[in-house]
Design a protein around this ligand. Structure first.
Ligand code: NAD
Ligand code: ZN
Ligand code: ZN
Length: 445
């Protein structure tokens, strides 16, 4: 049995905590007793390590009085979905429906929902928050204490995150939104109404990528005049670059090793880039950054890549042999590159433990290393919606393709391999409105 499934068996044997106030492990309404509504729907399911498939399964139904059933009109694939695809995040089960960024139309509401009506357009946050606990009262929704009872996460981390849509049983086990319908627990808390002047193609990204990049920038303390270095030129890194400039950064330098750097140069001509695969003999990302930044280094470094992407053989083998779960290479590069007393923030996903961490440089040079956490979407989504309405930000800048839900399994592999210039997609369903102005034309696979 693969590690991911074995971890879930262990979780079942130990048993969940008693903190959750919403039902756990409903990752596919067709597989969970009492979760199936009438009729069937299409959905994207995890079927094993490196394997996803489009399936036909039962539609969800209202299970709890604050549930909302959403008819999905837009979803996407996130860099985090690759960590699920690869089983870097454990406790997935065959048939789990993925997808944590989605928007749609309210189709049914539970007895206790008064703020939302059938037919209303809304976007969901990737995390499921109760709205009422210690963290939710501060809008730190990603750390809600009432929606995830997972024992393994609690033991590994010394605390839990909130429950999350389509993000394995490790975060509660909730069916995701890469489907035609989804059940949203605490729908009155986890759905934000979208006004008429914000089409799905813009509103969708409030679910995750916009709030995550904004949080990465403000939580790591990017200030006016700062030089900011960003590892990872994917959608999160690109929006973090945009937000750093909005926050007054004087320069942004992005580090990656593929065509995304050219994409960045086209869309943001003022951003500087380092292609680490093209560095000369004796050069490193750190030496290059020192050279570009007064021999001191950037004021702020942002990790928007991930811990599963080993650069050298040593970490590749250590991860493969289970000696660590994440490489320390990017974090060490950030620490050694950043100027003394500068700040480093980690937004890219790290799952467990890492070796060879440069704690000496961190301590001696006063580097402030900040885990940005799973981003608390509820803290920011209203102000980010306003920034979209005021045209201060344009989420379509990072969207490369419009695709169909029916093709999402193929899209996963293209996104994983960075083929066809694919990065952020908008996945439509049979319920979607026609594309808005500026949306890429539909690509079929
Ligand atoms: N904290 C949160 O709340 C949160 C939310 C969403 C996404 N994320 C995470 O943010 C990260 C980025 O997301 P994304 O959607 O942009 O992912 P993505 O996979 O599209 O992009 C990641 C980029 O990192 C680059 N990269 C890999 N190794 C690198 C290295 N050594 N140095 C520099 N760049 C390197 C890749 O080439 C790729 O372009 C992912 O780990 C994702 O899981 C975190
Ligand atoms: Zn995500
Ligand atoms: Zn809560």
């Amino acid at each position: 049995m693969a590690l991911s499934q074995a971890a879930f068996k262990a979780e079942q044997a130990i048993g969940h905590g008693d903190n959750a106030t919403t039902v756990q492990d409903v990752t596919n309404p067709g597989l969970f007793p009492g979760a199936a509504g009438e009729g069937t729907m299409k959905a994207l399911a995890w079927m094993g390590k490196n394997k996803v498939e489009m399936i036909e399964t039962a539609r969800p139904k209202i299970m709890e009085p604050r549930d909302v059933i959403l008819k999905i009109t837009g979803s996407t694939v996130c860099g985090s979905d690759l960590h699920l695809l690869h089983s870097s995040v454990v406790e997935l089960q065959k048939g789990d429906i993925l997808g944590h960024e989605f928007c749609g139309i309210v189709d049914e509401v539970g007895d206790q929902i008064t703020a939302l009506k059938k037919g209303q357009r809304v976007v969901a946050s990737f995390q499921i928050a109760c709205g009422d606990c210690y963290y939710c009262k501060q809008k730190l929704s990603s750390q809600c204490e009432k929606t995830n009872a997972n024992t393994l996460e609690n033991a590994m981390y010394g605390g839990r995150t909130a429950g999350m849509f389509g993000y394995s049983h490790f975060t509660g086990g909730f069916a995701g939104g890469q489907s035609e319908y989804t059940r949203v627990p605490y729908g009155d808390v986890n759905l934000l109404p979208l006004p008429d002047d914000v089409p799905d193609e813009l509103g969708l990204y409030l679910s995750d990528v916009l709030a995550t990049s904004w949080h990465c920038v403000v939580d790591t303390g990017v200030k006016k005049g700062d030089v900011v270095a960003i590892w990872g030129a994917g959608p999160i890194g690109q929006m973090a670059a945009d937000f750093s400039l909005i926050n007054g950064a004087s320069r942004v330098i992005m580090i990656d090793h593929n065509w995304r750097l050219q994409y960045v140069q086209e869309k943001y001509p003022h951003i500087e880039t380092i292609d680490f695969s093209a560095l000369g003999k004796g050069e490193s990302v750190t030496s290059k950054l020192k050279e570009m930044c007064n021999n001191r280094g950037p004021d702020v470094s942002l990790e928007c890549a991930a811990g599963e992407y080993a650069k050298g053989w040593a970490h590749y083998f250590e991860i493969m042999l289970g000696l660590e779960t994440d490489t320390s290479e990017i974090v060490n590069e950030m620490i050694s590159s950043t100027r003394n007393f500068g700040r480093c923030g980690i937004t890219g996903v790290y799952v467990g433990f890492t070796n060879h961490f440069n704690i000496g440089s961190l301590m001696e040079r006063g580097i402030r290393l900040i885990g940005n956490g799973q981003a608390p979407v509820h803290l920011y989504w209203e102000s980010l919606l306003k920034m979209i309405q005021d045209k201060q930000i344009d989420p379509l800048k990072m969207v490369s393709h419009r695709v169909r839900l029916e093709d999402l399994d193929k899209v996963y592999y293209k996104f994983e391999n960075k083929e066809d210039g694919m990065q952020k997609v908008f996945a439509e369903t049979k319920f979607s409105a026609p594309p808005c102005k500026g949306s890429p034309a539909l690509t079929r696979f």
